[in-house]
Design a protein around this ligand. Structure first.
Ligand code: GRF
Length: 205
């Protein structure tokens, strides 16, 4: 079994999509070891507890990043986490955190990176006038929304759209993309060439 550690700060719909994928057999060999939040009132944390999953909260407000991250790293190690999945975790990770899990931290971002990193990416894309938006699952490095891309899903921007409607359709694709990306990474059948994430053989795509 590969053990996932989920980090979230909010609603947790991507976390719940991962839960569903495991329950439906789309993420064979994976289990959720622990769900960690930096926000005590995060609805995603309550949902995890209601599912009977192990939950931990480490409040980050007012604490040096290194100290807070050290607590989270220790927790992930204690629960023998193989892959860390950021699911709406609203914090930059310290270099020590990234070094503790090399090529073992994923994030999902609601844009086609490298376009529109940062907050409100869907509104940024809509206001820019993009005709295609989407989402990206990527490895996490020291820079915001920047690491090697595992997969992307495109979402057309409709003439009748507004930013919330677009964000909702992007979210539907996020819920498909994240479990699929996790499955690819857990399969181990890939190599990273520079910034490129490549299947080792075409049948592994
Ligand atoms: C998602 O849009 C994700 O792409 C971004 O934060 C949001 C989290 O939503 N990183 P949820 O908490 O998973 O519902």
């Amino acid at each position: 079994m590969k053990r996932l550690g989920i980090l979230l700060s909010g609603r947790g719909s991507n976390f719940l999509a991962i839960v569903r994928a495991i329950a439906e057999g789309r993420l064979n060999g994976a289990e959720i070891a622990v769900v960690v939040s930096n926000v005590a009132a995060a609805p995603g944390l309550a949902a995890a507890a209601a599912l009977g999953l192990t939950t931990r909260c480490f409040l980050s407000r007012g604490r040096p990043r290194a100290d807070h991250d050290a607590d989270v790293i220790a927790c992930l190690r204690e629960h023998r986490v193989d892959l860390v999945c950021l699911a709406g975790y609203m914090r930059l990770l310290s270099p020590a955190f990234i070094a503790a899990f090399p090529d073992r931290i994923l994030n999902i971002h609601p844009s086609l990176l490298p376009a529109f990193p940062g907050l409100d990416a869907q509104t940024q894309a809509f206001d820019y006038g993009c005709k295609v938006a989407g989402c990206t699952v990527h490895f996490v490095d020291e820079h915001l929304d920047h690491g090697v891309i595992v997969l992307q899903r495109a979402v057309p921007v409709l003439d009748t759209d507004n930013a919330p409607a677009l964000a909702e359709r992007i979210l539907e694709q996020e819920h498909l993309a994240y479990p699929e990306a996790i499955a690819r990474v857990l399969s181990g059948k890939y190599r990273i060439q520079g910034r490129r994430f490549e299947a080792i053989s075409p049948s592994d795509l």
